[in-house]
Ligand binder design. Structure first.
Ligand code: THU
Length: 136
């Protein structure tokens, strides 16, 4: 799957967010190294801290199916499901990715449309991160 197809998958998945409190929809499409793709959405909760972000939803789906190697993630979102700007991952999600992805090669794609997107490495969005190698 190429970047444009991954972006299309994330955008099509945006309505699946459950966001009765913030009304801010976020969708992620995670590409595994074996070519499989897992989508995820933000799922909010009346006890706000129990909310799960779209990125970690996608990772948890993949991890629960035994996936451990990841290539890239597309993130998109916006208020009322309208993508007006790039939607950057929160700090917790950046750290979550750091637990499973190579900082130098894992790509984080922030998309508005299939033609309007920005690509970062995990290292660019989380410099000097703390990862599994620190515990070896
Ligand atoms: N949100 C995500 O899903 N991912 C992020 O990285 C940023 C924030 C969600 C959480 C909450 O449902 C809404 O956006 C507003 O914070």
């Amino acid at each position: 799957m190429d970047d444009r197809q991954l972006i299309r998958t994330a955008i099509d998945n945006l309505p699946n967010s459950y966001v009765p409190y913030s009304h801010f929809h976020v969708s992620a499409a995670l590409l595994c190294k074996d070519g499989t793709v897992y989508t995820g959405n933000n799922i909010e909760n009346a006890a706000y801290s129990a909310t799960v972000c779209a990125e970690r939803s996608a990772f948890f789906r993949a991890l629960n199916e035994g996936k451990r190697e990841f290539e890239a993630i597309v993130i998109c979102g916006g208020m009322n499901g309208e993508i007006a700007d790039y939607c950057a991952p929160c700090g917790v999600c950046r750290q979550g990715m750091r637990g499973f992805c190579s900082p130098e090669s894992f790509r984080i794609i922030l998309a508005k449309t299939e033609d309007d997107y920005r690509v970062f490495t995990l290292e660019e969005l989380l410099p000097l991160g703390f990862g599994p190698e620190n515990l070896r």
